[in-house]
Design a protein around this ligand. Sequence first.
Ligand code: THU
Length: 160
Amino acid sequence: MKKLKIETELDVFESVSELSEDIQQLMDKAHEARKNAYAPYSHFQVGAAILLDSGEVVTGNNQENAAFPSGLCAERVAAFHAGATYPNAKFTAMALTAGSLKQETKVPIPPCGACRQSLAEYEVKQEAPIPIYFMGASGKVVKAQSVKDLLPLIFDHSYL
Ligand code: THU
């Protein structure tokens, strides 16, 4: 038996002001998208913005449903919209912001496991890492260089 060690290194920024101009703009779009989230059940709003290699930005937010599992996370709304509308585009970067309507969310909120798996699909497809920046409604921003840093041992097409 031998051990497999998995290490992840993430960058932590004290605030958005430490980010490059283009990523700040992308995060602004994610904040805008968050405000339009449909979250009457959880009161937890998430916004996502994807910068494509064309320069286009595609956004999404969480869409809830009275039949709970029928809703969808912001990340997948954005990624599926981008995949459906621009099937040949590459994702250059993704910005995420999340906040509760009941309390101030100051800690960085990472994407859920199912969204990580969905995003991994696009990373594998484009054969290039997707840097992901995530934050709360305010405060620190965390950057993962790649979806693989958030989801090691991804399940991909090579197993099928
Ligand atoms: N949510 C997202 O949009 N993205 C995530 O990665 C985690 C959770 C949404 C789903 C639901 O509408 C609300 O946040 C509470 O879970």
